[in-house]
Design a protein around this ligand. Structure first.
Ligand SMILES: [Zn+2]
Length: 101
């Protein structure tokens, strides 16, 4: 019984670490995409390229969607409590108290 609970705890930590990795990758994508988007808007003033427009749309959609995804990822895997934007690496859940590291 005790072993079972330990396993559950380990699984929650793993799940949370995985989510955190995905959320870091997604945030990095936004950080890299934003300057490209600005540059592409600058270029689109001079070059009327259809492909440039499609790339801009894709980048804009990603930049708008990613924060929504990270909101879902930055939740406690046990109780669903949202950690907020500034609590980057919580070691435990402030609501249910489960260990996350
Ligand atoms: Zn929790």
């Amino acid at each position: 019984m005790n072993n079972n609970e330990e396993n559950k705890g380990k699984k929650i930590i793993e799940k949370f670490q995985r989510r955190q990795t995905i959320s870091i990758i997604l945030t990095a994508i936004i950080v890299f995409l934003s300057p490209f988007l600005i540059i592409s808007f600058y270029f689109s003033k001079f070059y009327k390229l259809e492909i440039l427009k499609s790339i801009q749309v894709i980048m804009l959609v990603l930049i708008l969607i990613i924060p929504v995804i990270t909101v879902f990822l930055r939740r406690c895997p046990n109780c669903g409590h949202f950690f907020g934007r500034y609590n980057i690496a919580p070691t435990y859940c402030s609501k249910c108290g489960i260990k996350l590291k």
